[in-house]
Design a protein around this ligand. Structure first.
Ligand SMILES: [Zn+2]
Length: 90
């Protein structure tokens, strides 16, 4: 694992530890398929969903990013995120 990857892994481990410490409240991060996923509430900011390539705002949705790379986070419609995993090939 690269040094940067190790740092990211450490940061994620700390995140998980924090989650345990506060007993995973609503809106807690979870890990799916190598991505950290968080359900979030409505926002006035418009985001472009990578799943359907449409902008949306004002709806509860999902934020997901590759483990250890929160700068790469994306905002998805909740159903689009779910469809992404169903559509995944290999
Ligand atoms: Zn979408």
């Amino acid at each position: 694992m690269s040094r940067r990857g190790q740092r990211a892994a450490d940061a994620l481990a700390a995140l998980r530890k924090d989650d345990a410490a506060v007993r995973r409240p609503a809106g807690v991060d979870r890990v799916e398929d190598g991505f950290v996923v968080r359900n979030v509430g409505t926002s006035d900011v418009a985001y472009r969903c990578p799943g359907c390539d449409h902008e949306f705002a004002g709806v509860p949705h999902v934020v997901a990013w590759p483990e250890g790379d929160p700068d790469a986070r994306r905002h998805w419609h909740t159903p689009c995120w779910a469809a992404r995993t169903r559509r995944r090939r290999r």
